[in-house]
Design a protein around this ligand. Structure first.
Ligand code: ZN
Length: 198
């Protein structure tokens, strides 16, 4: 490490704070960047600074956007009485790509994870409850089907039940092409519960 110049070490140190990037990957990226044309590096650096400076939370659903209200919340043709709760903006974008959902979203920016010290007050639940004070027909909980996602789903359902709003959970069924024997019981029983008539 010490054979590198200070600039390279600094670049490696900055890159290694990124998720999934260990020291080895950071070194590989650093040398790749150094060999890139100057203009490309500038464009990349500016994209990072511009995104960081201009992106904020949508006033309604809290997704990351560069406007006060995101395009989904602005869309009057969508059902604003149906709110799908997701863990992050990437999940929202994944559901948008299906073109199957016509309601709006609420982005929690995380999931309850006691072992990591992330409690209910660390995700955007207060904001969700506030939204339920207006006219809402249904809350669809679409958190992940891992332990954190299930814990969060259970917590939200208990929280919302007293308001009388209809609350549903997406079925996390058997993946297409998945072999039943390799699928865990929770997934399988969920798939059974959410079965449809043929
Ligand atoms: Zn929004």
């Amino acid at each position: 490490m010490d054979s590198y110049s200070g600039y390279i070490n600094r670049l490696i140190a900055e890159l290694s704070v990124l998720p999934g990037i260990g020291n080895k990957s950071a070194q590989r990226l650093a040398f790749h960047i150094i060999n890139m044309p100057k203009e490309s590096v500038e464009r990349m650096a500016n994209a990072m600074v511009d995104a960081r400076n201009n992106i904020r939370y949508c006033k309604e659903c809290l997704t990351l956007t560069d406007k006060e209200v995101c395009p989904v919340c602005q869309d009057k043709s969508r059902n604003h009485k149906q709110i799908m709760v997701v863990e992050n903006s990437r999940d929202m974008s994944a559901y948008e790509k299906t073109h199957k959902y016509e309601g709006v979203y609420h982005v929690l920016h995380g999931a309850i994870n006691p072992s990591m010290g992330i409690g209910p007050s660390d995700i955007k639940l207060t904001e969700l409850l506030k939204r339920l004070q207006s006219d809402v027909d249904e809350v669809i909980i679409a958190t992940n089907s891992n332990i954190e996602g299930e814990t969060t789903a259970m917590y939200i359902s208990r929280l919302i039940k007293p308001t009388g709003v209809r609350i549903t959970r997406i079925a996390s069924g058997v993946p297409v092409g998945g072999e039943l024997e390799y699928i865990d019981e929770v997934t399988l029983s969920r798939a059974l519960d959410a079965r449809v008539e043929l």
